[in-house]
Design a protein around this ligand. Structure first.
Ligand code: HEM
Length: 146
């Protein structure tokens, strides 16, 4: 499966397409929570681990918030809005320094979690296309000068 990572100019906000609702139908809430949990566990082992909570309790809450959002965006109940209010994800990411390199690490952790799912390729791709594009919106720190 070709899960390639798009590159964008710093500051670009390319148009986002939401995942196909089939992703939610096939995985269900529990499947999405498991996928997010796996993603976070991989982030914790990655070079951007320093961005994420250290305490187990806070780390579990981070998984919960993120999975609430992913369930909502994939067409499930609006748990994120109920618990956290309007997503405003750019603002919520503002306290963290997210570089283009950090985005690639974040996406590679998702790539691994997605490739472990026992579901059809086209369904995985619709979720990948969404995070591939939307993740560029969270980049808020200019690339390192080489
Ligand atoms: C570009 C790569 C990204 C990085 C490095 C990143 C990093 C982070 C960090 C450090 C947090 C705060 C700790 C936590 O609650 O986990 C966070 C929160 C969150 N992120 Fe990301 N993120 C990225 C992209 C995305 C994308 C593309 C989405 C949505 C599709 C997303 C959704 C969320 C949500 C829903 C929260 C919880 C916000 C809250 O309730 O406060 N993130 N992210």
């Amino acid at each position: 499966m070709n899960l390639s990572i798009n590159t964008y100019q710093y500051g670009d906000r390319p148009e986002v397409t939401l995942p196909d609702r089939m992703f939610y139908k096939v995985l269900g809430e529990e499947g999405i929570r498991k996928m997010v949990s796996r993603h976070y566990d991989l982030l914790r082992e990655s070079s951007i681990q320093g961005l994420f909570p250290v305490e187990d309790e806070e780390f579990e809450l981070a998984k919960l918030r993120s999975s609430d959002f992913m369930i909502q965006i994939c067409g499930g109940p609006d748990y994120f809005n109920q618990h956290r209010g309007s997503p405003k994800l750019i603002n919520r990411h503002a306290p963290f320094s997210i570089t283009p390199e950090g985005r690639i690490v974040w996406l590679n952790c998702y790539k691994q979690a997605l490739l472990e799912l026992p579901i059809a390729e086209n369904i995985i791709l619709s979720f990948w296309n969404y995070i591939n594009v939307f993740s560029s919106w969270m980049v808020n720190t200019a690339p390192r000068i080489k």
